[in-house]
Write a protein that binds this ligand. Structure first.
Ligand SMILES: [Zn+2]
Ligand SMILES: [Zn+2]
Length: 249
């Protein structure tokens, strides 16, 4: 049982950290810069930790930039106000993501540029067999360590880790919690204290107010668990905060 819990939480938090750090804060918002070498390193880390449902930086960033520009309007790709439940929102988000990946959905020029892209890597990472191999590894681990077959019920979360975490943030972060900054023209909320489990991503109201701030917590009692790691990376020179953001260091 301990081995299963360690695996589950390690997969949850590692996948989520690289999702938040690399796909969201760097790939979508460029809250900080990094060298091409580090970019490739974190590209691979995001791929490994998200595994069977790796979210590609390009469609992720384009969809996310549309979310900020059209937040909670009809043009928002995943506003909870436009869907009956989280599952229909997740399915539509997946359709939009696939459409952008296949260039069947044309995204406005204003959202393009400054996105980590690595075609030769993605040509391999996108192959169906790669996702299947990750799935087989998860199943094998549970087969060896699960004390009862009931634990297999957790496997779908491993298979869809990135999309599930994205859906939780998109749904709860625009539906539940308190509003500090009013008049933003959207329904963004701070889902405190559940946010700790989402590594800072559920301070959506703070984030929509100040989308380039790498610290999503704005008050002493709010805590963005990803930020101390990001702060340390900046101190170590792995990443570089944008000069205009020096105030947050
Ligand atoms: Zn949002
Ligand atoms: Zn954002």
């Amino acid at each position: 049982m301990t081995a299963i819990l360690i695996f589950f939480f390690a997969h949850w938090f590692l996948s989520l950290f690289f999702h938040s750090f690399f796909l969201h804060r760097y790939g979508s918002h460029q809250m900080f810069t990094m060298s091409r070498g580090w970019e490739k390193f974190f590209f691979v880390m995001t791929f490994i930790t998200q595994g069977s449902a790796f979210l590609e930086p390009r469609p992720y960033a384009l969809m996310h930039r549309m979310h900020h520009a059209y937040s909670d309007t009809e043009r928002d790709p995943h506003s909870p106000g436009n869907f009956k439940n989280v599952v229909t929102m997740m399915l539509q988000t997946a359709r939009t993501y696939r459409g952008i990946t296949a260039n069947k959905i044309v995204v406005d020029d204003q959202f393009q540029g400054n996105i980590p892209e690595w075609d030769s890597f993605m040509n391999i990472a996108r192959k169906r067999i790669v996702g299947i191999v990750f799935g087989v590894i998860y199943i094998a681990y549970y087969y060896i360590f699960a004390p009862s077959p009931w634990f297999y019920l957790l496997l779908p979360i491993h298979f869809l880790m990135g999309p599930i975490q994205g859906a939780i943030v998109n749904w709860c972060g625009h539906k539940y919690g308190y509003v500090r900054y009013k008049n933003l023209g959207d329904n963004s909320r701070n889902t405190f204290p559940v946010d700790i489990l989402l590594l800072g991503e559920l301070y959506q109201n703070n984030h929509h107010k100040d989308p380039l701030n790498p610290n999503l917590a704005h008050r002493w009692y709010e805590f963005d668990p990803s930020y101390p790691v990001i702060w340390l990376m900046n101190k170590l020179g792995i990443i570089h905060f944008q000069p205009e953001l020096a105030r947050v260091t």
